[in-house]
Design a protein around this ligand. Structure first.
Ligand code: BGC
Length: 349
């Protein structure tokens, strides 16, 4: 079969080529790939900045945002031939740390977790892949190709859960949510925050275009410009840009008792405007929480599948702005101005 493979940390090594069929040790369910989403992590990996090959191997199959169709369910009776499934990304560390021991691999404490398509386990950008029944999530069949949005949705479901859990430390009735960044994660966060009944605001750089329309179609308010110029103090901010200036301004803009959830992964950039001690004082005096959130455990995947199943299909389908054939994967990794989610489509649905 063919797969998109690369040598981690070596730029320019990504290729679409023949690899052996997936091994039964990868999981008892055999799946035909339908599509794989492309995200910033994939781009970083192809640029040679991130990623780990499986032990004893030089190459890794890329792809952690999956969607496939079951070819052979193996011995499990929870899946049948033809079911649409998505594979969970992270696996617990083998020690295991206390969090991995209780199924909270997203909160792994020793960093020895593995991730499909990212860290030491082959990913999903191959014509066929295998998955263990306990790491396969069934997708509502009516979602079709939109099921490929489940992985980023799981990341958002975790971030929102974190905010809800932290909010319960005191009496807290959040009304307004600001989402910074109108990429797939930001737009899904806006969608889910709307489902929770919040007044949703989304901030991004662009002044017009499909992202602006998508925000308005949700019944949310779009802002272009900087967080510091907003004329309200959000109860929660879900930060999806990873940009230093946006993060710094978000920490200063959040309402008293409010929670800033950092979900974007950025690098370098400008320092927090103002001394760290001043930013900290403002957080102390206003009881703010700044929380980082990465990955997702099974509870978040389950919830994300429920939220997606409830969402408007026409709106969701506008998030997928390009479908690219696997042999043209390099084109999928090249960002176009109006891209939201680009998917590599392996087979028809
Ligand atoms: C993925 C997460 C993963 C993280 C760090 C993100 O792109 O969505 O599942 O934990 O990268 O590797």
């Amino acid at each position: 079969m063919k797969a998109i493979i690369l040598e981690p940390l070596k730029p320019g090594t990504a290729d679409y080529k023949d690899v052996p069929e997936p091994e039964i040790s990868d999981g008892s369910i055999l799946v035909e790939a339908v599509a794989a989403g492309v995200c910033g992590t994939d781009v970083e990996m192809v640029e040679g900045k991130y990623g780990w090959a499986p032990p004893g191997k030089s190459h890794l199959i890329l792809g952690h945002e999956s969607l496939g169709r079951v070819i052979d369910p193996g011995l499990t009776n929870r899946f049948k031939k033809g079911d649409l499934v998505v594979g969970i990304v992270r696996r617990p560390d083998p020690v295991p740390c206390p969090n991995c021991a209780v199924g909270e691999w997203d909160m792994c404490r020793n960093g020895l977790y593995t991730e499909r398509g990212i860290k030491q386990i082959d990913g999903f950008m191959s014509e066929r892949w295998r998955i263990e029944p306990e790491y396969a999530i069934k997708v509502d069949p009516s979602l079709g190709l939109l099921g490929v949005l489940l992985e980023p949705s799981s990341v958002v479901a975790k971030a929102l859960e974190q905010v809800g859990l932290i909010g319960r430390r005191s009496f807290w009735e959040p009304k307004t949510a600001l989402i910074t960044g109108a990429g797939p994660v930001g737009l899904l966060a806006a969608l889910f925050a709307k489902l929770f009944g919040l007044e949703v605001h989304v901030l991004d750089r662009l002044k017009s275009g499909p992202k602006v329309d998508l925000v308005r179609d949700l019944g949310a308010t779009y802002h272009s410009g900087s967080v510091k110029d907003l004329d309200f103090e959000p109860d929660t901010i879900i930060e999806c840009t990873g940009v230093g200036q946006v993060i710094g301004e978000s920490i200063r803009k959040i309402a008293s008792n409010g929670i800033v959830c950092l979900a974007g992964i950025g690098h370098g950039g400008s320092t927090v405007s103002g001394a760290i001690a001043d930013v900290a004082s403002s957080a102390v005096l206003r009881n703010n929480v700044i929380v980082g959130s990465v990955n997702a455990n099974k509870r978040h995947w389950y919830r994300a599948a429920q939220y997606l199943a409830r969402a408007d299909r026409a709106w969701l389908s506008k998030l997928i702005t390009r479908k690219v054939k696997p042999e043209n994967f390099k084109d999928a990794l090249n960002r176009h101005e109006d891209d939201i989610k680009v998917v590599i489509q392996f087979s028809e649905i």
